[in-house]
Ligand binder design. Structure first.
Ligand SMILES: Cc1ncc(COP(=O)(O)O)c(C=O)c1O
Length: 366
């Protein structure tokens, strides 16, 4: 039973969504992105549920070591690569794969590994900035870095990668420009496996002739595309909700027309109303900017929020659920109410919503 607020994680849905990713990937290998505590869902249980992935992607060496300490034997790719030079000793000891995105990384790797090679040579994901403008080498630098790595005993394989800036905007011209720019380099290095698509690119069919895909958000049952496009919602792809965020009705106010609800009079009752007070707020990770009218489910029926989100509470309209009483369950998002719909209402990405669930919210797995 929920005490105050609970995030229930459906492991079978993770498994199901990985299968969907595989169907879209075809022969390409799947690197399941489980960085940032598996987008707030919990690193270790998610890794276990996704153990049929070909590799895992994490943010940094700390997340990689957490997986290893839990006996994870899967190849682990550190997506942010080297933060400081001392990371290299830990990366080499753990046998992790890493993204190299600066010339400085190569220099540091040479300094650390030329004289002291690791027990097993490393796989390097060489990242090209094809237009994302975040991490990655320019095309010419990718070619020279690749050539340099061919002579290093401590490097067993180089995988070329790039990341699409507008993969979720399927008609953006930048997608094809990035793919063309990346492909022209990849063609000159035909022995190197390549990776382009994250969830959006995978579902939209970009980079089909590459070797690896890197889905993240779709594994958690969220569509990477704007919710406003009905044809690109999660159900269109057969994705299942992974997280259900639930809290309880802890008080009921019989309000009259004109009564205030909550801070700053953000909601004044337009008529006599039953208002429910729910045990979740921004300190639990519920978005503080959720406007009046953000959808919720109460006892399985849809209703909406009323008034400003407090630290530990929100208020909801009990009009559509006259039978509701204290102790009843309120679902903030889950199977019947898509996190993508809440994201659309609040202007906060689904990625951000799940990552923001606070430590004090109990997580249960089943
Ligand atoms: C390099 C890289 N690949 C893949 C992903 C997964 O993206 P998504 O969650 O949109 O599938 C990310 C996420 O930010 C990323 O940075």
């Amino acid at each position: 039973m929920i005490h105050r607020a609970r995030a229930s994680i459906k492991l079978s849905a993770l498994h199901h969504n990985l299968n969907i990713a595989r169907q879209y990937a075809g022969p390409r290998k799947v690197l399941a992105v489980i960085k940032a505590n598996a987008y707030g869902h919990g690193l270790l249980p998610v890794a276990e549920a996704l153990n049929e992935a070909d590799a895992f992607g994490v943010t940094d060496i700390n997340e990689a070591e957490t997986l290893t300490q839990a006996d994870c034997k899967k190849p682990i790719v550190i997506l942010q690569g080297i933060i400081e030079q001392s990371d290299i000793t830990r990366i080499a000891a753990g046998g992790y794969q890493l993204v190299v995105h600066r010339m400085q990384d190569l220099q540091w790797l040479e300094e650390a590994l030329d004289k002291n090679p690791p027990a097993a040579p490393l796989t390097i994901w060489l990242k090209m900035n094809s237009g994302m403008g975040r991490l990655g080498l320019k095309p010419a630098a990718v070619k020279s870095a690749y050539a340099g790595l061919q002579h290093k005993d401590w490097c067993s394989e180089v995988i070329l990668m790039t990341h699409l800036a507008n993969g979720n905007l399927t008609d953006s011209e930048l997608n094809q420009q990035q793919i063309d720019s990346f492909s022209s380099v990849a063609k000159e290095l035909p022995d190197a496996p390549a990776s382009i698509a994250a969830s959006s690119g995978l579902l939209a069919g970009f980079g089909k002739d590459s070797d690896w895909v890197r889905p993240g958000i779709m594994l958690y049952g969220s569509s990477p595309f704007p919710y406003s496009d009905e044809k690109l919602r999660r159900e269109h792809f057969g994705l299942q909700a992974v997280m259900s965020l639930e809290a309880r009705l802890i008080a009921i106010q019989d309000c009259q027309a004109g009564d205030n609800v909550g801070y700053c009079s953000q909601f004044i009752c337009p008529q006599d109303m039953r208002i429910g007070i729910v045990s979740i707020g921004y300190a639990d990770g519920y978005p503080s900017n959720a406007p009046n009218g953000t959808p919720v489910m109460i006892n399985g029926k849809r209703s909406v929020t009323c008034g400003r989100v407090s630290m530990d509470m929100i208020a909801v309209d009990l009009g559509p659920v006259p039978e509701a009483g204290t102790g009843d369950i309120v679902t903030l998002w889950g199977e019947q109410l898509s996190v993508d719909e809440v994201a659309e209402h609040t202007g906060i990405l689904s990625y951000n919503l799940s990552c923001s669930i606070a430590a004090r919210v109990e997580r249960v797995y089943g």
